[in-house]
Design a protein around this ligand. Structure first.
Ligand code: MTE
Length: 322
């Protein structure tokens, strides 16, 4: 089914996953990608990209200071092996079903303990700070990892804009929960919406990335379009996808996975090879696309190798605050 967007553009990722629409290039090329390009983001090259079945390009400068040198995961793996329970619990479900998510138009409301609450649309978010490419390792709590070139900027840029009050001790990230767009939201697997949270100093750490793209393109739906967090020193579930609301709050947020299974998923969830999940070891991991099922797993590093963050937790018992 083709979805005609309010701005007149037909975004291939609105329709089908990339693999499917790539095979339909010939057909899609014939579609007139009509309507005015919105607010400068969607330039002629991007419209051509739509016509070729790609996500719109996002220009970003590599930030080597915050980029891992590990071999990057293949785009195909990063976009077909996902966790996004709003679209189902199988790794292949998000790529298969997230075509119904409409990432445009989109707004994120920023509220709570801030002097300047605001609602930002996607173009405002894209223009808020210079976009950087950062190659981050992402380690899932389930024991697999990937290395992805994300596009975005430090979340601290948002913090600067909204000016938190002295009461803002935590930040809560709330994902879209729309049954019409997200078939998994009807399930009872989690309490919807998906909620995640950080302590304010964690949210202010330069590694915390407000993410709008990957591999030089806007985010594919299955990876959390159009805007998500990426927190490379924490287990992947801390990095909420498809965010619609950000709240600065006094109390520690009640996060989705912590509510579902408090003994298994703590609030902090820093990658820690010394603290096992109650049902499995966290000492090693399998890099998707590199380590086959029979290969020896690689060692998991404390804070996923991002040792810069350690000072935020000095004096804390990380077995207790897992
Ligand atoms: N965000 C939402 N809204 N819903 C989810 O199910 N899954 C999390 C996280 N963010 C999830 C989410 C988990 S468990 C992981 S490992 C990462 O997204 C996966 O991100 P990726 O699919 O882009 O690799």
């Amino acid at each position: 089914m083709l979805i005609k967007r309010s701005d007149g553009l037909i975004l291939p990722s609105d329709i089908t996953p990339r693999a499917v629409f790539e095979s339909r290039r010939g057909f899609i090329k014939q579609l007139a990608v009509g309507g005015a390009a919105s607010a400068g983001l969607i330039d002629m090259a991007s419209r051509e990209a739509f016509a070729q079945g790609l996500n719109p390009k996002l220009a970003a400068k590599l930030n080597p200071a915050y980029s891992a040198l590990d071999k990057q995961s293949a785009y195909k793996d990063a976009t077909s092996y996902n966790n996004f329970y709003e679209f189902g619990t199988d790794k292949s479900d998000p790529a298969q079903y997230a075509g119904t998510l409409k990432p445009r138009p989109w707004t994120v409301s920023i509220e709570g303990e801030v002097k300047k609450p605001m609602t930002l649309d996607l173009d405002a978010l894209l223009k808020l700070a210079p976009l950087e490419e950062r190659v981050y390792r992402l380690r899932c709590v389930e024991g697999w990892s990937m290395v992805i070139p994300w596009v975005g900027y430090s979340f601290s840029e948002i913090i600067k804009k909204v000016e938190p009050t002295g009461n803002a001790k935590y930040v809560e990230f709330i994902s879209l929960a729309d049954k019409k767009q997200m078939p998994g939201v009807g399930s009872r697997v989690l309490n919807w919406p998906y909620v995640e949270g950080l302590r304010i100093d964690e949210a202010n750490h330069p590694l915390a990335l407000l993410t709008l793209g990957m591999y030089g393109e806007t985010l594919p739906n299955q990876n959390g379009a159009p805007v998500r967090m990426v927190l490379p020193w924490k287990y992947g579930f801390k990095s909420a996808k498809s965010i619609v609301k950000i709240r600065f709050v006094k109390e520690q947020p009640r996060t989705a996975w912590n509510q579902a299974a408090p003994a298994e998923y703590g609030f902090y969830s820093n990658v820690n090879p010394e603290v096992d999940h109650p049902r499995w070891s966290q000492a090693s991991e399998r890099r998707i696309g590199e380590d086959g099922f029979l290969a020896r797993k690689r060692k998991t590093l404390m804070f996923n190798g991002y040792s810069d963050v350690a000072s935020m937790y000095s004096g804390m018992d990380l077995k207790k605050f897992f």
